[in-house]
Write a protein that binds this ligand. Structure first.
Ligand code: SF4
Ligand code: SF4
Length: 97
């Protein structure tokens, strides 16, 4: 938040312009990393095999799994490809693809 405020103040004084409005350099870097990460792998859930136990939901460090109609669903934009959900799923319903 401090970065945004500082950028806004500088812009107001006419001394500097942000590279992308509302995005700090750190956010820019993280977004690039997330975009790059998306090209590697993400968790995929076989809904036919999912029993709805919710173990993966509580295990996911990125809060990238939600329940929908009693089946787990991955929010791919949040998945950081750690594979933790694959290891804990008792139904072996999750793969990394
Ligand atoms: S751990 Fe496996 S069976 Fe349980 S909700 Fe997640 S995907 Fe479904
Ligand atoms: S791979 Fe990791 S981040 Fe992605 S859904 Fe599974 S536990 Fe969450």
């Amino acid at each position: 938040m401090a970065g945004r405020e500082e950028t806004g103040n500088l812009r107001d004084e006419g001394r500097a312009r942000p590279l992308r409005i509302g995005i700090t350099p750190v956010e820019n870097f993280l977004n690039s990393f997330i975009d790059y990460n998306k090209t590697i792998m993400t968790a995929i859930i076989n809904k036919d095999a999912c029993t709805g136990c919710e173990t993966c939901v509580s295990e996911c460090p990125a809060e990238a799994i939600t329940m929908k109609n009693e089946k787990a669903e991955v929010i791919t934009e949040l998945c950081v490809d750690c594979g933790s959900c694959v290891d804990v799923c008792p139904a072996e319903a999750i793969t990394m693809e």
